[in-house]
Design a protein around this ligand. Structure first.
Ligand code: F6R
Length: 258
């Protein structure tokens, strides 16, 4: 079972996620982080910037990238990661990767990205948001639970949701290259964040529904180490919300029992 933490605000969630990242980097300065883009991780990056750990040796692998946008486009995930993560947090640009950024052909880019993640020793901590379709990364409903990095079609719902970053929905790319659900499951720790009532149905389906390709985020149920941090509006459809609150308030204190 995932550890589910229900917090009063996205800022509080960001503090908890940032603390997990800071603890990891303190023990392993060249840790490998899995990076999500979009609105959800912004409070995590802000809290991490406030803490100010040295992230110059950290390696990063983004979850996904649009296909068909030049890297210099301000909404390419390469540009977003540079602007929102690399620069403010002081990561080393050469150590941060985005799918399909190796200069090679798009065909085979997924396999090469998988190889590069493996060569880095795998992802230590993967930050995840969840889409209203239930996607994690850009693995839309119907994605294989064992999928690896590959080119996918974006759901119309996702293009509509991401139109806020573009002049119009017609400018949102139709395709992406995304880590697969199987790729994400290989990370050693998953930290899934979700805020706002628009995510409530997806959060409940992912955490408490059946594990199914219809809700790609439900694969987190197969992972042994998942921390889910949601605000109250995103938690409203969770049947076991009281249990999650109780479990977080009564976290096991090893020292007391030793
Ligand atoms: C982003 C990603 C997506 C987003 C999801 C939520 O790299 O892979 O799964 O995390 O679409 O987006 P926001 O956070 O903008 O609501």
């Amino acid at each position: 079972m995932a550890e589910v933490v229900i917090v009063p605000s996205a800022d509080e969630a960001g503090s908890i996620a940032a603390a997990a990242i800071a603890a990891l980097v303190a023990s392993r300065p060249d840790a490998v982080l899995g990076l999500a883009t979009g609105s959800t991780p912004l409070t995590t990056w802000a809290a991490l910037a406030t803490r100010g750990p040295d992230l110059s040796r950290v390696r990063g692998f983004a979850l996904d990238e649009y296909v068909g946008l030049p890297a210099a486009h301000p909404e390419s995930y390469r540009a977003v990661i540079t602007r929102e993560v690399v620069e403010p947090l002081g990561l080393t640009p050469e150590l941060v990767r985005v799918p399909g950024d190796d200069g090679g052909p798009l065909a085979g880019a997924g396999e090469r990205y998988e190889r590069d993640i493996r060569a880095a020793g795998g992802v230590d901590l993967q930050v995840l948001g969840i889409g209203r379709t239930g996607h994690i990364g850009f693995n839309e409903p119907g994605s294989s639970l064992a999928s690896l990095t590959r080119v996918k079609t974006l759901a119309e719902q996702t293009r509509a949701d991401n139109a806020r970053f573009f002049a119009s929905v017609d400018d949102v790319p139709t395709h992406c290259i995304t880590q697969g659900l199987g790729t994400i499951l290989r990370a050693r720790h998953l930290v899934l964040l979700a805020f706002g009532s628009a995510k409530a149905a997806a959060v409940a389906a992912a955490l408490e529904g059946p594990v199914s390709a219809s809700t790609p985020g439900s694969v987190v149920q197969l992972h042994p180490k998942v921390t889910v941090i949601v605000d109250e509006p995103a938690a409203v459809h969770l049947a076991h919300a009281d249990y999650y609150r109780h479990a977080w308030a009564n976290r096991f204190d090893w020292e007391r029992f030793e």
